[in-house]
Design a protein around this ligand. Structure first.
Ligand code: 13P
Length: 253
């Protein structure tokens, strides 16, 4: 059965000590909860992955994800982290193509495509982020931008079963301006149709499409009521245990 996914992207926040404290606190508060319709994922900075993996091997309620990876197996790539390093410590998901990686660090669709394939090769699940900038939305180019990103980033990708797609409109990230559930839903429908045309209808039906951009306790329930929103990728509101807990505990339909 397809499960929804509630994912926290901590970005460049929390030291290893702070990460451990957060996760121990979250586990304690999740003690009496047993969700069978949703998975919980945390994507901390690289330095927190190893200590958290030790904790999460014992408590399996929370899955572990990385925020980035390099597209080569090993070698002279100073400062980079390989997929094998992530795999060995129990990382299940890897975010690729986040708009901050694209816009601040100049990552191209071509590089993102390489990274995504490596993540699949190592048996992990890529979370591919796509989304338009404000001026692109205002020019009516949202679908065109998203289609181009999908086409380029999924080029020659045959196994789409383990790919998660996150629709993150750039204008909604960290701005407090979230897309309305309807604005998000129409792009999610577009993404699912695109996948359905390129791959199989059944695969598209089971594809997990997340929304990201100023998700908060106040808007999570209405977002999760939309048929094609299968979860969320949360930045700021995932840094506080109580607000993340309320998002995890969304009331959908
Ligand atoms: P915010 O939730 O802080 O807007 O960030 C969203 C995001 O970029 C998640 O990857």
């Amino acid at each position: 059965m397809k499960k929804n996914l509630i994912a926290g992207n901590w970005k460049m926040n929390k030291t290893p000590g702070e990460s451990i404290e957060f996760v121990e606190n979250l586990i304690e508060k999740l003690k009496d909860k047993d969700y069978d319709d949703r998975d919980i994922l945390i994507c901390p900075p690289f330095t927190s992955l190893f200590p958290l993996s030790k904790i999460l091997q014992k408590d399996k309620k929370i899955k572990l994800g990385a925020q980035n990876v390099y597209c080569e197996d090993k070698g002279a790539f100073t400062g980079e982290i390989s997929p094998e390093m992530l795999k060995e410590i129990g990382v299940e998901y890897v975010i690729v193509g986040h708009s901050e990686r694209r816009n601040i660090f100049g990552e191209t669709d071509e590089l993102i495509n390489k990274k995504l394939k490596k993540v699949i090769e190592y048996g992990m699940k890529p979370i591919l982020c796509v989304g338009e900038k404000l001026e692109e939305r205002e020019e009516g180019k949202t679908f065109e931008v998203v289609r181009n990103q999908l086409e380029n980033c999924l080029k020659d990708v045959k196994e789409i079963e383990n790919v998660v797609i996150a629709y993150e409109p750039v204008w909604a990230i960290g701005t407090g301006k979230n897309a309305t559930p309807q604005q998000a839903e129409e792009v999610h429908v577009f993404i699912r149709e695109w996948i359905s045309n390129k791959y199989l209808q059944d695969v598209a039906k089971n594809l997990i499409i997340l929304y990201g951009g100023s998700v908060k306790p106040e808007n999570i329930d209405s977002l999760m009521k939309e048929k094609d929103i299968d979860g969320v990728l949360v930045g700021g509101a995932s840094l506080n245990v109580d607000s993340f807990l309320r998002i995890i505990d969304y009331k959908g339909e």
